[in-house]
Write a protein that binds this ligand. Sequence first.
Ligand code: ZN
Length: 388
Amino acid sequence: MVQALTGVWASRHSEELKRGITIKLGYADAAIYKCPNCDEPQCYCTSTSCPQCGTEAEFQRAVSFVDAPGHEILMATMLSGAAVMDGAILVIAADERCPQPQTREHLAAIDIVGLENVLIVQNKIDIVTREDAIRHYNDIQKFVEGSVAEDAPIIPVSAQHEVNTDLLLQAMEEYLKTPERATTESSRMYIVRSFDVNVPGTSIDNLKGGVVGGSIIQGSFEAGEEVEIRPGLPVREKNKVKMKGLFTEITSLHSGNTTVKQAMPGGLVGVGTLLDPSLTKSDGLVGSLIGKPGTLPPVLGEISLDIRLFENVIGSRDMGKVASVAKGERLLLNVGTAKTMGAVTKVAKDYLEATLTIPVCGEAGDRVALSRRIGSRWRLIGVGTLKG
Ligand code: ZN
């Protein structure tokens, strides 16, 4: 579907660094255009000239898609991505019964990270009968009742045959509006990927600094600027893990297909730095925040949370009841794009305290997803809010 909307999946002709960043960020950019002559929804397209009448189409806005695939997904990874999203498109295949366990999980994730702008796409309508498609559509409606997606429009689509993609673009314009963001507050960016763009064997003179990718949640960043990365990297001291913040300079900024001098909120941004690439390789800095030195939230080794546990285990087939959290239990916690383990030191019905194996950078009000190991995988059992 992303390919149908962007058409650029594998056809980028940019310099190697840029291409490396784009591919490793796992996202695709699309620009939405509108023809001034055609009627809705046919007027919506992703090209500079209208495919209907050939008129020059007007640019509406650029969007980045972050893919959260449904198969074999670790919920924690998806939650990290969801933390930087402005809206979500929940894709449900028309040829499978609704809801599938993964669809339940994705809807819960949308809810947990507080995404209010949601669209539902009923995909693959080309491979089911009209009657089955309608029945399935009604099942989706029933499934989202009472959830954050209750009022979300459901758009039947065939991505394969590009049926209704114009309607989907129109819905994105109407329902996934770009949120207003403060540009004056301290600049802050969540890191969702980090890597080394150098190919093996590169000579020292040609080595490029570490690259991080993420999303700016407030303020803006400029090339040449000094920044702090917090909490940074773990350093073992005796038996404790301490975090060491990193300070560096931004050498380049990449947004969409281009190199930019200044990057603002919206879409994913690749940031070139002067860091030793060994520090950024293999997503080593995922979960950290970037900001001007001294302006980021504190690093927390212990946290206290107001919590709300779900009634049932979302995502499991049997949907078993969620048992209360026990003192001493180890939970997987997602704070922003960071994931860490927490050993519960104190717990009440709607409150818990935990010691973290890897400290996180966070402040009062941040949302935290709670997962518990059930069988062979981590299952989402509730949501918390960081207390000050
Ligand atoms: Zn037109």
